[in-house]
Ligand binder design. Sequence first.
Ligand code: COA
Length: 535
Amino acid sequence: MYRIETKINTASREFIENKTAFLQILQTYRDRIREVRKGGSLVMLERHKKRGKLLARERIDLLIDPNTPFLELSSLAAWGEYEGQFPSAGIVTGIGVIHGRETMIVANDATVKGGTYVKETIKKHVRAQQIAIENHLPCVYMVDSGGIFLPEQSKVFADRFDFGRFFYNQSKLSAMGVPQIAIVMGSCTAGGAYVPAMSDETIIVKNQGTIFIGGPPLVKAATGEEVSAEDLGGADVHTSISGVADHLAENDRHAIQICRNIFQTLEYKEKQILNISPVEEPYYDPEDLYGIAPIDLRKPVDSKEIIARIVDGSRFQEFKARYAPTLVTGFANIMGFPVGIIANNGVLFSESSLKGAHFIELCTTRKIPLLFMQNITGFIVGKQYERGGIARDGAKFVHATANAEVPKFTVVFGGSFGAGNYAMAGRAYDPRLLFMWPNSKISVMGGEQAAGVLIQVKEDQLRASGKEMDPTEREKLRSEILKKYEEEGSAYFSTSKIWDDGIIDPVDTRKILAMGIAASLNNKFPETKYGVFRM
Ligand code: COA
């Protein structure tokens, strides 16, 4: 494969200014990550440690193989909500390696409101299981939770993807033959009791873990019976009387070791075979991405310059280089894994849509994972293009993306607006993982365009009743819309709501994608079947 020839001058004023501005954006991101990773309040942290318990992230560190990375997902979930009282939404989820097996780990953070579940906690837990289902990843649940955060019960209990979905997913994973292990390291109350009860094997920590359908206060209220938590559902009871748990652990460390030992007994599963090449670092420094990444989204950025800093040896086998250049397509390797890359280089036209659909067919036929690199304002608009059938051609691209059964990965490195979000494997298109860079923005359209549309609609309404819009009123409306779009379009708004799997540092993109591709090989790629491509 040929190396991409860069046109970037890293000594230019433009590059240096962009890098300086980006480093500030990155600082904010790092500060926020550091903040949420502390967990709950100091008082809660102290109390947790005094009880001899390890923190959620310490538990995970001990669970995974030494010197292997943990791909934490949606660390900034619930960011800006609940007056900051639910850092990381009170749960840590992510992919780690245990005895060489990529595993989905779900760990409650009991220092955050007793590890209870608000809407975002549930969404993270369900998303983690969804990733496990799609990639056939074994699951470890490190349980330390008071169940539903009761004041929010109406938002988390009864709907399709609410609390009940955990146990539905556990049943489905089990039927698929995917191993699930629970470690009960604290409270495991009410519905939560099904987490250990539905796992293949369950470990419980002595004088610390409890499992019950109704806790002591509920039992007292319901039956008048007075019973201690330990007597009702402690480790001794469940390992010697009820049989709800299988292994008794002395403490957190012991429990984690037992879990690791269980992993040594799991069935070996064949993986998807890929044509893997020797790993080669990018020829161009990935830190250049700070000087290139779009901060002002109106400024065009050549996505090949981004690709050059992510892929092995900066080598790229471009497909249809001379045709429809607003969509870059081609093959490359990321840490040795082959990928087909589709990257935006401007607005999507009919021919770019056809090129995208053609390239997706190549990747699904060759069984090569797809990487979508989004910086998209949308499909082209205007009379000429509507007459040329942009809707019909755009639909082909959307159709190909939706039906592509090779693992899809999406990175938003700039804007993600309009139906471009769909064709480029936005969240609704089930990419295996979707990440945002901290500078990126996502919304139905840009603030300026939305303001233009809404002002136009308002003016038409007024004109129909013989009135004109007051210029001050127009300006007020414009600035309100711009402010709203600025806020709601931010990567932090998206990640808070778990529309993505997290915000990432551009420099880590390559490593993170490689972990995602490695995990995806646990589920052999199914055959792709397309439906009707309207011609
Ligand atoms: N809903 C809402 N808030 C809850 C809660 C719940 N289910 N469980 C705990 N909390 C809150 C507490 O009010 C407290 O909040 P604060 O910090 O603002 O005072 C915080 O979580 C920590 O609780 P605390 O009891 O002080 O911590 P703990 O570590 O000693 O005990 C639990 C944690 C989870 C074992 C205990 O709080 C408990 O048993 N909760 C009720 C569990 C339950 O019955 N759940 C059923 C829901 S399905």
